[in-house]
Design a protein around this ligand. Structure first.
Ligand code: FRU
Length: 443
């Protein structure tokens, strides 16, 4: 069937532009996913709002529309990224209100208001009045006007907030604030690491199995073969050692956020996209652009590393399975999933579209035509051994999980047809057809 690029497994807007996931939480029996949304411009040119989906089970979603608009003096040029914090029967949404002053400004050292605002909601959709909590004058004087993306959590009987920032001398860092009531915040401390770019966006501090991590999306890192291959990077610092590990080594991953499921699983959702990319997404021509990643369960293994796996709920979408062994091929209809154990050297080929190959300690995701990748070429990951692989292929994206989620590569892909011939060499796998998730819309 001709591919219309409408995703079956990934959350995406019906029209307009999506970027970062915001306000992720489980609240009153439902998962809530807010997101950066420009409903009227697939290029993201109109002011940012927050759109909103909710779901009881991560499989059945309801789009409730745009729930936060830039309609306050302190957020008049954009309701930028932020988080959700649940306390009692109330969801607190903290976000950045972006303001651009008139005049001759560079909007880095002058002309930009980077305010922290708060709204509360009892149902996830109906919002309270907006309240401004922090303004530029509340940040350390060595910061530029690029301070944003609050993430709030509770720790030892007080509240903490982390914000991403760019200093006046172009260093990325995070700022920590503390509060006893969620409304009054005081500066605590700053963290930066050497050679880590000029700006850190979307910070998120979290603990798994007693290990403390700080997720950041740094801009301005040096591009290398196995790290920071994209225009902007996204990864986590192991806060005990300061070691930075990239979340995802594919073409399309940025600005992730974590939250807790009711059974205490730590779940991550990212933007399956990045700003300022040198490649394209042909959906723009149909009126929408970008999607979120699949929700991923995080676990910590030793050595300060985090493993990622698609949430187990998605296994309910498996329909029927067929073996696909080394030397064999199958015709498969998107969306599908492939899981298997690997040899020392292998390749999995989506004919005419994509090659996933491993040899001599290097895994590569390689597009086989300009059209199929929208101009994306190849991305690489270093792995001493590759024991297992799990691939989830949607109509217009692919997520590859290696060694139980030790390495992940996510990418948009644009095969012309939803039927793909898949060939395996050097690995034995099972291919599942997948049902889609259900998304209904109030709009
Ligand atoms: C990251 C980001 C955030 C900002 C938002 C604006 O992609 O630049 O830092 O709050 O997007 O849409």
């Amino acid at each position: 069937m001709k591919n219309d690029y409408r995703q079956k497994l990934h959350l995406e807007p019906q029209k307009g532009w999506l970027n970062d996931p915001n306000g992720l939480c489980y609240f009153k029996g439902e998962y809530h996913v807010y997101f950066q949304y420009s409903p009227d411009s697939p290029e993201g040119r109109s002011a940012k709002c927050w759109g909103h989906w909710q779901s009881p089970d991560l499989l059945h979603w309801r789009f409730t529309g745009t729930v936060l608009f830039p309609d306050h003096p302190d957020d008049r040029n954009g309701v930028y990224s932020g988080c959700g914090f649940v306390k009692g029967d109330t969801l607190y949404l903290f976000y950045t209100g972006n303001v651009k002053e008139e005049g001759d400004h560079d909007y880095i050292t002058s002309g930009r208001g980077a305010n922290v605002l708060l709204v509360t909601t009892k149902d996830g959709v109906t919002m309270s009045e907006k309240k401004t909590l922090l303004k530029n004058c509340d940040y350390p004087d060595y910061c530029s006007c690029h301070v944003r993306d609050p993430k709030v959590w509770e720790e030892d009987g007080r509240y903490r907030m982390v914000l991403g920032a760019r200093t006046l001398d172009d260093k990325g860092c995070v700022l920590y604030y503390t509060s006893s009531d969620l409304y009054n915040w005081e500066f605590e401390e700053e963290i930066r690491t050497p050679d880590s770019g000029y700006m850190w966006e979307c910070p998120d501090e979290f603990v798994i199995g007693g290990q403390r991590f700080l997720s950041i999306s740094p801009q301005g890192l040096k591009h290398e073969k196995y790290i920071s291959q994209n225009v902007y990077s996204s990864g986590y610092l192991d806060l005990s050692s300061g070691v930075y590990t990239e979340w995802d080594q594919g073409f399309d991953f940025y600005a992730p956020q974590t939250f807790d499921a009711p059974d205490s699983r730590k779940i991550l959702i990212g933007w399956e996209g990045i700003g300022d990319i040198p490649y394209t997404n042909p959906t723009v021509g149909y009126g929408w652009q970008h999607c979120l990643t699949l929700p991923r369960e995080l676990t910590a293994c030793d050595k300060g590393k985090v493993l990622q796996q698609p949430v187990r709920e998605l296994e309910a979408l498996r329909k029927d399975s067929k073996p696909l062994n080394s030397g064999g091929s199958l015709d498969a209809e998107l969306p599908f999933e492939i899981t298997g154990s690997c040899g020392d050297e292998f390749s999995l080929t989506f004919e005419g579209v994509l090659n996933l190959e491993y040899s001599s300690g290097e895994f590569a995701l390689v597009f086989l035509s300009k059209e199929a990748g929208g101009g994306r070429t190849a991305r690489f990951a270093r792995l001493e051994t590759c024991r297992d692989i799990r691939v989830i292929a949607d109509t217009a994206s692919v997520e590859v999980y290696l060694n139980g989620g030790e390495k992940v590569l996510s990418s948009r892909m644009y095969p012309a047809d939803t039927n793909i011939r898949v060939r395996a060499r050097g690995l034995n796998t099972v291919l599942y057809r997948l049902d889609g998730i259900e998304v209904i819309s109030d709009e």
